[in-house]
Design a binder for this molecule. Structure first.
Ligand code: HEM
Length: 278
């Protein structure tokens, strides 16, 4: 799309005349986007909740896109390109986390004013969020169950479940660079959640003790992602505590107790534990 203003009568103004829709519309599909905010209740406070949920859903998709791109760069052993992509994804995560603000402090009364209208709907049922968790190495076959009736999504999740996570591609790239990542870690059952490994921890400790800037930058970019993701989980937990206390979730879970358990996990585990040995 050209961004150059057109000169009309000596004065630079943007082009005003278009035969059909504007090139902006053709690119952004804004008119479609703005038809997607269908409230379940007539409470005006629901609109912020709905739009921010949609924004977060878009961020989940964007993060999956960026991490798949980083995987391609890692497979090509282009570490610098991968780090640049990972750093960009860290900025998206910061944007995602900033999106909590308008809805993080709803009172229980405000949330109740539209909560019943959500029925059994819950972010727990977001297929793209689950893909995001799988890409981060948190795998679980049971998370496919809600999507059984949607073959395309189910297949995509099934493929992601069996595929290497972003972290698996990082570890494979480290091994190709001669670092002592055990083959058994790379060849384990990829459909299971990644479990910390003492040898991988030692590799990260070595990287952090050493002077290879590229590897250090890779470690830090991944740690930034792990930290921002943990922040998303924690902010979600706090928003839930504030707006509904210990009630059962709309998705049927124990609510806060369920989210507390999820928040205690951390992705790329050895990047945290290796620091004790540096
Ligand atoms: C203050 C508003 C919110 C409350 C009270 C809330 C509450 C909950 C609860 C109780 C759960 C557990 C499952 C269940 O029983 O429903 C859950 C899961 C989830 N929610 Fe929210 N939520 C809120 C906002 C959001 C928003 C804006 C998003 C963005 C898409 C979101 C995404 C998720 C996801 C992805 C899960 C699954 C987490 C996991 O499996 O670890 N939530 N939420």
């Amino acid at each position: 799309m050209s961004t150059c203003p057109v000169i009309h009568g000596g004065e630079e103004v943007p082009k005003l005349d278009f035969g059909g829709t504007t090139p902006y519309e053709d690119y952004v599909h804004a008119s479609v986007l703005h038809t997607l905010q269908k409230q379940a209740s007539d409470d005006p406070r629901e609109m912020s909740f709905l739009v921010i949920t949609q924004i977060m859903e878009l961020y989940f998709g964007l993060l999956c896109f960026e991490w798949r791109q980083a995987q391609l760069e890692l497979r090509a052993d282009d570490l610098r390109a991968a780090v640049r992509t990972l750093r960009r994804s860290d900025l998206h995560l910061q944007g995602l986390n900033a999106a909590w603000r308008p809805i993080a402090r709803m009172t229980p009364g405000e949330f109740n004013s539209f909560r019943d209208a959500l029925g059994e709907g819950s972010g727990f049922q977001s297929g793209v969020y689950r893909e995001l968790e799988f890409l981060l190495g948190e795998k679980s076959r049971s998370m496919l169950v809600p999507h059984r009736a949607v073959p395309e999504l189910h297949e995509s999740l099934e493929a992601q479940l069996a595929a290497p996570s972003l972290y698996d591609d990082v570890l494979a790239a480290l091994r190709r660079r001669g670092l002592a990542i055990p083959v058994a870690v790379l060849e384990r059952d990829l459909t299971k959640t990644y479990e910390p490994d003492a040898d991988v921890e030692e590799v990260w400790a070595e990287i952090y003790r050493g002077d290879d800037r590229d590897l250090l930058e890779l470690g830090e970019a991944l740690t930034d992602i792990a930290e921002e993701f943990a922040r998303w989980r924690y902010d979600h937990l706090l928003a839930t505590r504030r707006s509904m206390g210990a009630k059962v979730g709309t998705g049927g879970s124990a609510g806060v107790a369920f989210l507390e358990k999820r928040t205690r996990r951390s992705v790329f585990p050895e990047l945290w534990t290796a620091r004790s040995f540096v």
